[in-house]
Design a protein. Sequence first.
Length: 168
Amino acid sequence: MALAQAAAEQARAAGEVPVGAVLVRGDEVIATGFNHPIGAHDPSAHAEMVALRAAAQAVENYRLPGCELYVTLEPCLMCAGAIMHARIARVVFGARDPKTGACGSVVDAFANPQLNHHTSVTGGVLETECGAALKSFFAERRRASREARAAARADAGESDTPGSAEPL
Ligand SMILES: [Zn+2]
């Protein structure tokens, strides 16, 4: 999970929501991925998808049986689907996602035996730390947008001739 957290910091450095993923088989790290849908112009560029794609390329197999995926945030439905298609043995995630989480928070895709025969899920690993990285990112983004609005107001104020809006 520490490696997934490091990948999440790469996303933060790129200005993307900091989520990171690592795909391992036994002790071997096969691939890592970080969230970057904005930079990639790709709604599917979630950390899990990036790690799954890289791992499948690395082992030249679209199925990754016996592999475990560590990700700092609960996977969404898209990623849950890809995880099932790849036959991932186990998913370990950090923070829960009350908005799009598909491992129990909003829906539980892996609990449906008709969909899932392969993947066990462990959630809440380093939950506080993984969640803190996301909270600090959004807090920073809100602070930056407040400052930008304040700067825009100040600029607008300075460009007006003082008193020009006052009726004579
Ligand atoms: Zn996802």
